[in-house]
Design a protein around this ligand. Structure first.
Ligand code: S3P
Length: 173
């Protein structure tokens, strides 16, 4: 594992990529980049506004541009939007330039984390049944991309700090 590469966290919305990334970046003494936040700052719009005004396809293009930009930065810890690995050849690009980490979480835990969400355009305004269906279907479709990551870790039944410490040890050897 190349210690000098970026570390990129991938996984479903609600799997804890941003909280973990923030802690891991501190441990590794590296910048932390959240791709959603990067897009929000650049576009001066929320993710929901971008989806509503420009459509999902344009959001995916912005994500792609963001990925190609940030991989040129100094080695960072990067948390990605849940869909990013599943469009274009983003996952292959990530694997070329980073140690990628898939945060595995059960559908039930994702449901708990997402049920009161108002910000994420793909899951807001869903009935509990529709949300559970959405989680199961998209996890099934997306797993094939997430599972290309260099490292897969169970991101439940463990605190973000403990998980960050475990990953730190794994990556630094
Ligand atoms: C999305 C996940 C979101 C955000 C956008 C689309 C997705 O990021 O990029 O709402 O396709 O699953 P999080 O995974 O940080 O919620």
């Amino acid at each position: 594992m190349d210690k000098n590469k970026h570390v990129i966290l991938v996984g479903m919305p609600g799997s804890g990529k941003s909280s973990l990334g923030f802690i891991l970046a501190k441990l590794m003494k590296r910048p932390f980049v959240d791709t959603d936040y990067y897009i929000i700052k650049r576009e001066k719009k929320s993710i929901a506004e971008i989806f509503d005004e420009q459509g999902e396809d344009n959001f995916r293009k912005l994500e792609r541009q963001t990925l190609l930009k940030i991989i040129r930065h100094n080695p960072s810890v990067i948390s990605t939007g849940g869909g990013m690995p599943c469009f274009y050849d983003n996952m292959d690009v990530m694997n070329e330039f980073a140690v990628t980490v898939y945060l595995e979480v059960t559908p039930e835990i994702l449901f708990e984390h997402l049920k009161n969400n108002k910000k994420r355009p793909l899951v807001r305004d869903k009935t509990p049944e529709d949300l559970m269906d959405y989680i199961n279907t998209s996890l099934e479709q997306r797993k094939q991309y997430y599972e290309k990551a260099c490292i897969s870790v169970q991101a439940y039944d463990i605190t973000p700090t403990q998980l960050a410490m475990n990953l730190y040890k794994m990556i630094n050897g």
